[in-house]
Unconditional design. Sequence first.
Length: 455
Amino acid sequence: MKAAIQRVSASVAVVLVLAGCAAAGPTITNPAYTENHYQAFVNGQVRLDCELACSGNWGSNRREAKTLYETHRWKELVSKVMEIGYGKDLTYFYLGRAAEGLGFFGAAETYYGLAMRATPCAGVINTCDGLNFPHDITYRLPILKPAQADAANKLAVQAVSPSVAQPAKTVNTNTNGIPEKQGGDARRNDQVVDLKTVTSLSPQTEATPTKTTASPAHPRYIPKGDKGDSITALIDKFRRIDELAKDEFTKRATIEARTKELQSKEYRFLFSRNTNYGFKAPIARYDAESEVLKIDLELIYRTFILNSQNSVPPKYFTLSLLERHSGTNYVGQNGFGARFNVRSIVSNEYGLALENFGTSGLADDMWTPILSTTLPLPPAAAKAMKSDLMFYVDAALISTDSAKGNVLQDVEKANATSSDPTEVLFARSFLLARVKEVGVFRKSTGEILAWKTLP
């Protein structure tokens, strides 16, 4: 009897293993597209209903799918995801990002919505491959509407222009109905459009402005409820990596892998500032004569003395994202024996050190604006706007000299005196980053008022 039970258990285990290696393929919600999965994809009709039974197969293909995503090989990514049919927020996000990259913005919105409701990849074992949900989904959704409008306008111009109109072509497809890489056509919202044209409409390939851009006719938004990434949490993670680097029992490959994992994605940081204060002038100040609100978000040039390691300490322009203050009181005494009450304050500052700004030949505490803009507003509106301003920065973290550590640090102390019985310890912790975009938005609505992209 016991042997029989063992044989049954072994059989069940084999069945489960085989089931985990299955490939169910996609579920097509519209029967009209049953024979052409790619047409179903571009019209938002693909569903991924296989979970446990396809988990093993997806696990074997995760690395390849991540590579296709990172290299923007969208059609191959779609084919891989649909071939397996594994349903998670990650796989629906892949479909959404591929649809967006190919110019199928309506389908992208559908798949992003499905990703928000799908089973999360960040379970007991995190299989999100460096992506952060729902943040990465809500970050992309506001991009779709303006891009969709631009695509519609361009298609409308093509439709009425005899020099642009093209006859439909025969398309060579693979087993999933995916058009071949070059020269094919694909259906987008039941219209025939050239794939090269669609690719050119992708937000990834649009020219980016190098100057501050005001809010356009189709405004951009920070998604409601989006809190952005935590600079303090990231700094804590890098500090732990720096500590591991000092451990003689930890392999260099382990350190490099953990560092690469944190640096493999872009981050969005949301932060507020006291707009009535700035390093040289208030960040936001109103000119009543011309009725404009002037906004200048500044960078400060700093030397990180704690990262010198017997060499020249690194110097960068820095963008402060967060300050935390704590304080205590004690009784102090000067050299003449006079006693007085001292207020001791510790100011912790966290932010980014910008790799893509000039860093040579400057003195500490030099400053320069990273974002400058003016908003024409009447006095009452400007007064309300000042208290409603927040900022965001999109950045990719990059490697520093491993001997100097990933976290750039600096300390500075102002001692108390009998005439000014306050001592302040400034402790600064920054991560080296390449900033992609910085902007200002309204906290109440999320509307982005102005932004600037950086090379």
